[in-house]
Design a binder for this molecule. Structure first.
Ligand code: ZN
Length: 162
């Protein structure tokens, strides 16, 4: 994906107030992120382990979402990430996004299982070791896996904004 600035990221949030988007924690090391190898940038909130964020570009538009990780206090589950279909040793967390707009204000949300460290892109490309037995035995190319992950992410974001 294209490198994003802090301002671009803050402007991209679809499921929180403008005030919250201004205040939330954005990584300080944006320039050092491996943008070329990222399908999305995801990060945990250093101030709050139950919050995470991710930003991506879909159809030429930046979209960022606020996520809550209600289960992060417990043992990370060794299950399959719904985005990249990896099961990393570091765990997969249930992450819940409040829906955008009025539906979100009424308390509606969408949940999905995502790699706890939000490193799907790096696992897919073999740039981060997910640990033994973490990958499905698949013979498809990295490009196809990336495409599938982007499609999964797009479907999730469509549910958040739809
Ligand atoms: Zn993943």
């Amino acid at each position: 994906m294209k490198p994003l600035t802090e301002t671009e990221i803050r402007a991209a949030f679809v499921n929180c107030s403008k005030g919250e988007a201004k205040r939330l924690s954005v990584p300080h090391d944006l320039r050092e992120q491996p943008w070329d190898d990222l399908d999305y940038l995801g990060w945990r909130d250093p101030q709050s382990p139950v919050r995470a964020y991710l930003v991506t570009e879909l159809d030429g538009r930046n979209q960022a979402v606020v996520l809550r990780c209600p289960s992060s206090t417990g043992q990370p589950r060794r299950t399959l990430c719904s985005m990249c279909l990896t099961s990393p040793v570091s765990g997969v967390s249930l992450m819940v996004a409040p829906k955008a707009g009025a539906a979100g204000k009424q308390g509606n949300s969408v949940g999905t299982y995502v790699c706890s460290d939000l490193a799907c892109s790096l696992y897919l490309r073999g740039l981060k070791d997910a640990g033994p037995g973490a990958r499905l035995n698949e013979s498809i190319a990295v490009e196809a896996k990336v495409e599938r992950t982007v499609a999964n992410l797009a479907a999730f974001l469509a549910k958040v904004t739809g």
